[in-house]
Design a protein around this ligand. Structure first.
Ligand SMILES: C[S@@+](CC[C@H](N)C(=O)[O-])C[C@H]1O[C@@H](n2cnc3c(N)ncnc32)[C@H](O)[C@@H]1O
Length: 744
């Protein structure tokens, strides 16, 4: 999650935080505001005045600016004709969203509010904001209002619905809308507070498959819509509404939702200075660990293997991308197990790898810029030339993959036949990297691929899906992947098609605007475990290989034994692709696979290829033979007899301490406080954490080379966080090993 601007924080939430007269106070505050003339007719100024009251007078349970922006973006994207909000309160979300709906060409915004006093406040402020032409405030309990408006014909379809009322009614009201045909394929739902304070019945419902919903309906009846919701939330309106009643609608189990979780802040804020703070708190421990390790490495230095016989044999090996664990691991392996000079390069001056004792020198590269790759290419070529690099091992990030391919061609020209690179040429990178081309290529090798079709019209897609349904593939499901850049479609990529009813499928597909300018891939959905691989390929031969189950954010690596059937299957596949590449095919090659079935009967489907190093290379940290695998690049022809290097056994599993402290300790405890996780779930997380600390290895830490670990957590990341804070940039997640920041 990003950071919360404290200057925008509302007053703290008290024990009683609504329905105590503050809503009417708000009206007095606004209508006696010195800037009232400016406020009239301006949604923005009305919202600013509500915010001012929330900050300087009393807390208000409004959606707030941060979460509001997310839904406004959604409105701009969905362009709803009709939008409905359940729970209007004093009209903050209503004014913000109705204004956005109007700007996006929408026709009507319904604000459902059951408390007549609050509804009157909404109406008054909507009028003040000049939005009466688009807003209809509906007083009454949401279920009754939905049914009434539907039967009168005033509400025919909901394009976008914002759920922000009584939490247990989220699921029951949604089902009612489904049954009445108000919510159909293509409708978009935005639900507030489903994670904190939490709404498990709603999350379960929208995440269930058709079969699960049908089973639940047949078996357990309707279920309890309050189950798992904090008691305080269930009783939130008990003062005024003694007993709550819900719609008993069965819903439409044939609707399947594509869900996306968006984290944001309450207006009171959960200030996310947590990570820099964590870095500060843990600094003394890290410092002590580094000092002890340095003393240890002085007392018990690890002898560097293979002394020189002749200085002329000494080569210069360049590893790029040493701010990432993968680059650092490779540099360490080579420095420790070869007599050669290992130098590193990266685009970040404070790259943790810069401080590694394995590097003889560190060079800074100009970061690649989407519009102009020349400066990056030039800076890398300059290093290769001036440092007389003999072997370049590229570990650069995805954004530089094609550029790195171009550098190989130029560097070979510049440095002559003595120069070698572990990096594919740019045409190979493109062929393997782009989903569409990759599947076509793999199919041309007669290797299994998930059934995939390129489509340039809605009619074509419908034809494929309906044909499948009629044929043998009754239970076969498909997903639609945009081939070009279509972010909206990308967000809905995991919707399983076809729907039960043909017309639902047709209307869903129509909404995607598929055309020759916006082509899609119709791809068979494979349900099964996901695996990732990492291979080093030299001249078309796999010389090192490992694979492991894919984990959340790829922060945990447990190697699959080389004797297993799965390992062999994935290796054979990789070998087939490598062989096809021929003599000039040298680089890091990794695939993502889905395995249908289990054990020896499992069928593997490749779903993606990354023609670059994978963090799974960390599994080789303790494998000296990996150095020889890299040095085989110097051999004049295909390294034939060399055994394929696999992680030395017993193979340690890898984790990242910084990630686990947050993911397995801090977040679960916070979730427990919010009532999202149970005590036993939190204990399970803690047990995993302890197991990792005791028997796994940290990906960055090395007792012989501890400084990069310190720099990563106490220099590199804190500076990145602080820069983001200053620039007002937000991040939703970070990957400590690849240093990737997922921007919100
Ligand atoms: C969190 S507030 C809504 C805040 C508002 N969406 C905003 O961001 O400005 C929840 C509101 O839902 C209303 N509410 C609760 N249960 C309801 C129901 N069953 N039908 C309609 N309104 C309901 C409450 O009276 C309260 O005003």
């Amino acid at each position: 999650m990003g950071t919360f601007d404290q200057t925008k924080a509302y007053a703290p939430q008290e024990e009683t935080f609504f329905d105590d007269g503050r809503e009417i106070e708000l009206l007095h505050f606004i209508y006696s505001h010195p800037k009232i003339q400016q406020i009239r007719g301006s949604p923005k100024e009305v919202l600013a005045a509500i915010d001012e009251f929330g900050r300087t007078k009393k807390y208000l349970m409004n959606v707030g600016e941060d979460k509001g922006r997310i839904v406004c973006d959604l409105i701009a994207d969905v362009k709803p004709k009709t939008m409905v909000e359940l729970g209007g309160y004093v009209g903050y979300s209503c004014i913000l969203y109705a204004d956005a709906v109007r700007k996006a060409g929408g026709e009507i915004y319904f604000s459902f509010e059951r408390n007549p006093e609050f509804a009157a406040v909404i109406s008054s402020l909507v009028d003040l904001a000049g939005l009466t032409d688009i807003v209809k405030v509906v007083v009454g309990s949401s279920d009754e209002s939905i049914a009434r408006l539907h039967s009168s014909g005033a509400l025919k379809h909901i394009d976008l619905m914002f759920l922000d009322h009584y939490k247990p009614a989220y699921t029951t009201d949604l089902k009612l809308c489904e049954e009445l045909g108000l919510v159909t394929p293509g409708s978009v739902l935005a639900a507030d507070n489903v994670i904190k304070p939490g709404n498990p019945p709603y999350l379960e419902y929208v995440c269930s498959s058709v079969a699960e919903k049908k089973k639940k309906r047949a078996g357990e009846g309707k279920g309890d819509s309050t189950q798992g919701i904090a008691e305080r939330t269930v009783k939130q309106y008990a003062n005024r509404y003694e007993s709550e009643k819900f719609s008993n609608s069965p819903g439409n189990p044939n609707l399947v939702y594509e869900s996306k979780l968006v984290n944001s802040f309450e207006p009171t804020g959960v200030p996310n200075i947590l990570l820099p703070l964590l870095s500060l708190i843990t600094l003394p421990f890290s410092a002590a660990l580094v000092i002890l390790s340095l003393v240890y490495s002085k007392l018990f230095p690890q002898p560097r293997q293979i002394p020189f016989r002749d200085a002329s044999e000494r080569k210069t090996i360049l590893v790029t991308g040493v701010s990432m664990t993968k680059g650092l691991v490779i540099a360490r392996i080579l420095a420790q197990n070869t007599p050669h000079r290992v130098i590193g390069a990266d685009t970040s001056a404070l790259s943790p790898g810069r401080f590694s004792s394995s590097l003889a020198k560190f060079c800074i590269l100009t970061p690649p810029d989407g519009n102009d790759a020349e400066p990056y290419i030039d800076s890398l070529l300059h290093v290769i030339k001036s440092e007389k690099v003999d072997l370049w091992i590229s570990c650069s990030s995805v954004i530089a993959a094609v550029e790195d391919g171009e550098v190989v061609r130029l560097a070979e020209k510049e440095r002559g036949p003595g120069f070698h690179a572990v990096q594919f040429r740019s045409d190979v990178v493109k062929r393997l990297h782009e989903k569409d081309h990759f599947i076509d290529y793999i199919r041309s090798l007669e290797l299994p691929v998930p059934e995939s079709h390129r489509s340039t019209s809605s009619a074509e897609v419908v034809k494929i899906l309906i044909k499948e349904k009629k044929g043998n593939g009754k239970d076969k499901k498909f997903i639609l992947k945009p081939i070009g850049v279509d972010d909206r479609a990308r967000a809905n990529m995991m919707t399983l098609l076809p729907f039960e009813k043909r017309e639902d499928t047709v209307s869903y597909i129509k909404n995607l605007h598929i055309s020759s300018n916006n082509p899609f891939q119709v791809q068979q959905f494979i349900s099964g475990a996901e695996y990732c691989t990492h291979a080093l390929v030299i001249r078309g031969r796999v010389v090192a290989f490992t694979c492991c189950p894919s984990s959340e954010l790829l922060m945990h690596y447990e190697a699959i034994p080389s004797s297993s059937h799965l390992f062999k299957q994935m290796l054979e596949f990789t070998q087939r692709v490598a062989e096809d590449g021929g003599e000039s095919f040298s680089g890091h090659l990794s695939f993502d696979f889905l395995a249908e079935g289990e054990g020896t009967v499992s069928k593997l489907y490749p779903i993606e290829c990354n023609p670059r190093a994978h963090t799974a290379v960390a599994l080789f940290s303790n494998t000296p033979q990996m150095a020889s695998a890299y040095l085989s690049a110097f051999e004049p022809s295909k390294p034939k007899d060399m055994e394929i290097v696999t992680p030395r056994s017993p193979t340690s599993s890898y984790y990242w301490l910084g990630h686990d402290i947050v993911a397995l300790l801090i977040l679960p405890v916070l979730d427990l406080l919010w009532g999202i996780r149970t005590v036993s779930e939190v204990l399970d997380c803690m047990t995993d954490f302890w197991e990792h600390v005791v028997s796994w290895r940290d990906g960055t830490f090395s007792i012989q080379d501890p400084v990069p670990f310190f720099v990563l957590y106490h220099v590199y990341w804190p500076l990145k966080f602080l820069t983001s804070l200053v620039k007002g940039k937000r991040w939703s997640r970070i990957n400590v090993s690849t240093t990737k920041v997922f921007v919100q």
